[in-house]
Design a protein around this ligand. Structure first.
Ligand code: HEM
Length: 431
């Protein structure tokens, strides 16, 4: 791949900064934000050449992230890996699937397939349809809050609230029975957090071969599980999303098995880990700022702002990758055909040119033009669901709490794709 750029200025970013971008631990201890800040100020669109990875452009400014995300013909999702992976892992994936990605869900598709596949479920995820589920989501939220309060005056908010709640909601909407939720949770954690020592199936440092074998086994588990669901929903259609996916036809035929599995997987996985992290992020911020807690509690109209700010604050999806389909210029840089680009959403969401006081959590931030859900044709399909779930949870939780404070160290997952709090010990008083 030719990533030589012929411009003024230093195109390569310093090796120590490049190393943090591919270091899962840097995302857990927040060093990544120091790197992003340095990059936005000194080299907002530079090339990283970390060991073991193909070089890639690091897109750190909000405007550039939007510009790349908007030009879907010029910047493809599917031609190269859609998330960052080492050269060796990519080679293994190519051997297994013949392509750069293990699955083929919406995020690994480009036009003309992408809009056709997206249209199959888009209506389901729109606010007008989601209204049908609101009462049920509120029941789930209320039960979750009650379980938390029953613990007394302390809990781990991640384990006791944030993990289970969105999982339960998405499984209901999808149509997966409650008894299978622990299995789904484990599979998601293995898929999204394979770098984290607490969730990886193989805990020591993995060789590329072991890594892809592990990922393949996770994908196979998902496949086997959802094949059963597909067969059932074709025989016995119901009102759930699984019925929509199982019976969806592309060009007159059912989706190929691999595509259907990928579809279930993205809905099942993208739908809860990200929402869990944002939910935990909101409570973390309130626990650290009693005045803001009091304000939101006294004024529930601030809850939608709290939700949006928590999503900006955590930005659980740290990046997606794109690749250039032809040579182009961006931000004064010459991008060559085939170049790989990392869209650093968490950096865009701290961009000083867009956000006043970007390092402060402000539930009254207006407007809040964060890019945590991405931008353009691939903009998160589940954004309204995620926001609805979070809003309802805080509407149910805040009136019940008199105070909340941290009760120990917050721990984050180590991962450079999706990460967020994995342990959030809190103390609370009940009204
Ligand atoms: C895509 C973030 C919740 C389903 C995405 C993308 C991001 C994202 C960054 C890629 C957008 C792009 O490339 O421009 C988040 C965050 C969430 C969240 C931060 C929670 C706070 C959900 C939920 C669901 C969901 C609840 C569904 C149940 C999807 C799907 C896509 C997607 C299906 C692929 C869309 C496409 O490629 O056309 N999400 N997501 N997400 N998300 Fe979410």
């Amino acid at each position: 791949m030719d990533t030589t750029a012929t411009l003024s200025g230093n195109v390569d970013i310093p090796a120590d900064i490049a190393a943090t971008l591919v270091d899962p631990a840097a995302y857990a201890d927040h060093r990544i934000h120091d790197s992003y800040r340095w990059l936005r100020a000194n080299n907002p669109l530079g090339i990283a050449r970390p060991e073991k990875f193909d070089p890639f452009w690091v897109v750190t400014k909000h405007a550039h992230i939007q510009s790349v995300s908007r030009q879907n013909e010029l910047f493809h999702n599917a031609d190269r890996p859609t998330t960052l992976m080492t050269r060796a892992v990519e080679e293994r994936v190519r051997k297994i699937t013949g392509g750069p990605n293990l699955v083929r869900s919406l995020v690994q598709m480009d036009a003309p397939d992408h809009p056709k596949y997206r249209a199959l479920t888009q209506g389901w995820f729109m606010p007008a349809n989601l209204g049908k589920f609101e009462a049920r989501v509120r029941e789930i939220a209320r039960a979750t809050v009650q379980r938390m309060l029953d613990k007394g005056n302390a809990c781990d908010f991640v384990a006791d609230v944030a993990l289970g709640y969105p999982l339960h909601v998405i499984m209901e909407i999808l149509g997966v029975p409650e008894k299978d939720e622990p299995r789904m949770l484990k599979l998601t954690q293995e898929l999204f957090g394979p770098q984290d020592p607490d969730t990886a199936r193989i805990r020591e440092a993995l060789t590329a071969e072991q890594f892809s074998a592990m990922m393949q086994s996770v994908v196979n588990d998902f496949g086997a599980y959802f094949r059963g669901i597909t067969e059932d929903r074709r025989r016995n259609p119901r009102e759930d999303l699984a019925t929509v996916i199982a019976n969806a036809k592309i060009g007159g035929d059912y989706m190929p098995d691999h595509d259907a599995t990928s579809y279930y997987m993205i809905v099942a996985t993208a739908g809860h880990d990200t929402t869990s992290s944002s939910t935990a992020g909101a409570l973390w911020a309130l626990a650290e700022d009693p005045a803001q807690f009091e304000r939101v509690k006294a004024n529930p109209d601030l809850i939608p702002g709290l939700v949006d700010e928590a999503i900006r604050w955590m930005t659980p999806v740290k990046h997606f990758m794109r690749s250039a389909t032809s040579g182009t210029e961006l931000g004064g840089r010459k991008i060559a055909k085939g170049d790989w680009l990392m869209l650093c959403y968490a950096s865009g969401n701290r961009d000083e040119d867009v956000f006043e006081e970007p390092y402060r959590f402000r539930c009254d931030r207006k407007p809040n033009r964060h890019v945590a859900f991405g931008y353009g044709a691939h903009l998160c399909l589940g954004q309204y669901l995620a926001k609805l779930e979070m809003k309802i949870l805080f509407e149910e939780l805040l009136p019940r709490l008199k105070s909340v404070a941290l009760d120990g160290e917050v721990k984050m997952t180590q991962a450079y794709f999706v990460n967020g709090p994995k342990k959030l010990p809190i103390r609370f008083e009940v009204n």
